[in-house]
Design a protein. Structure first.
Ligand SMILES: Cc1ncc(COP(=O)(O)O)c(C=O)c1O
Length: 388
């Protein structure tokens, strides 16, 4: 009998992988399942991005390996984007590294900085890969409470000094998955200076910086007034430009952190396909109108979900960005709620516990679902809830 490594035995199953198998099983029984659990943009990228991919792929010179740092043109385009968008100047040669999607970067930057006995400071609640990467590195998790009464900011003052002494990284993510909360540049200043003081790498995972509602704007952690060596930010094309399947992102900031990340990655992957980088360059020039129109569609869906919550035993704060509505189950257990919604209404929601211990009692809805599908799913939830 094959035995997995101790590292793997320490790893709980990835929620979206498990639920995906369950849904495929239901689909094989001819059941239509509505997937409101996953943040998978339903609309296509800008057409110029697809044209750019096709043009680049038809160039016979574009099919070989790239440098482990990706193409210089892609790194330069990322630098230009951060300059234009945030007024942040980055050296494209040493302060920018392309990723095969930010999830890959999340796990590999953890492997690059944490060993057994080290601690990662991880928001409770947050995207599961921060904790999963920490477990793969055989390091320890210290959950940092996000205070719902303080806009889901991390409660850094609650971290004990002995934990801070062993902590190597602090993860943050705003606009936040799963709560949709935002923070300001003053918050980034405070958090980055805290990290610098305690010799901790601040990792700002920022895939929702372009998914904003009600005219909100999102700053970057790299605008903070602390030493850049302590800050790295992840940018993702998945949600900014509806390119989730393309697997393209970038790490930006701390040269030291990027060198360490590259040292791991150069043993694992061999960079991306040139046409994907070229399409990414085109995506970065997407007009603001395109983003505004896409976000207006998400916002309408958000409002539809918000209006239905009182009819299905849930309540939520209005999210300012991200792809999610984070709703409290007012009566009973959230896991049982999710289970019953899937079995009886055929609507898949994400259980809050998948985002950390503080998520118990909540469920997460995604707005990345086509309008008619969403309307059908919400109707199904209302009639299921009324029959309970
Ligand atoms: C907060 C957060 N970080 C990272 C990711 C992964 O994004 P990518 O597609 O770039 O790997 C997600 C995906 O849902 C996310 O919600």
């Amino acid at each position: 009998m094959l035995q997995p490594s101790a590292r793997l035995k320490n790893l709980p199953p990835y929620f979206f992988s498990v639920i995906g198998d369950r849904i495929r099983q239901m689909q094989s029984e001819k059941i239509k399942v509505y997937r409101l659990d996953i943040g998978n943009p339903d609309m296509p990228p800008p057409s110029a991005v697809i044209e750019s991919l096709a043009t680049s792929a038809s160039n016979p010179k574009n099919h070989g390996y790239n440098s482990y740092r990706g193409t210089p043109a892609f790194r330069r385009a990322m630098a230009k984007h951060y300059q234009r968008r945030f007024g942040v100047a980055l050296d494209p040669d040493v302060e920018i590294l392309p990723l095969l999607g930010s999830k890959e970067g999340i796990v590999n930057i953890t492997l690059a900085h944490l060993s057994k006995g080290d601690i990662a400071l991880i928001p409770d609640i947050g995207y599961p890969a921060y904790a999963m990467g920490t477990r793969l590195a055989e390091a320890e998790i210290h959950w940092v409470r996000l205070d719902p009464t303080d806009g889901y900011r991390p409660m850094l003052d609650e971290i004990p000094m002995d934990i801070l002494n062993r902590a190597k990284v602090l993860w943050i993510n705003y606009p936040n998955n799963p709560t949709g909360a935002m923070i300001t540049l003053e918050d980034y200043n405070r958090i980055a200076n805290f990290c610098q003081k305690h010799n901790i790498l601040l990792i700002s995972d920022n895939p929702y910086m372009d998914v904003l509602f009600d005219g909100a704007t999102a700053p970057s952690a790299l605008q903070a007034d602390a030493d850049r060596n302590y800050i790295v930010e992840f940018f993702s094309f998945s949600k900014s430009y509806n390119m989730a399947g393309w697997r393209l992102g970038a790490a930006l900031g701390s040269k030291g952190a990027i060198d360490n990340l590259l040292a791991v990655k150069s043993n694992i992957d061999s960079a991306h396909f040139t046409p994907i980088y070229d399409a990414g360059i085109t995506a970065l020039d997407t007009p603001q109108d395109w983003l505004d129109e896409r976000n207006a569609i998400y916002q309408q869906r958000r409002d539809k979900i918000m209006s239905i919550l009182p009819k299905i035993g849930l309540s939520a704060d209005i999210p300012m960005g991200s792809l999610y509505v984070w709703a409290k189950v007012l009566d009973g257990d959230a896991t049982a709620y999710v289970e019953s919604a899937l079995t009886n209404a055929h609507v898949s929601l994400a259980p809050g516990g998948a985002y950390g211990p503080g998520g118990e009692g909540y469920v997460r809805f995604s707005v990345g679902v086509e309008d008619n599908e969403l309307a059908e799913a919400l109707d199904a939830l209302v009639s299921w809830y009324n029959k309970r």
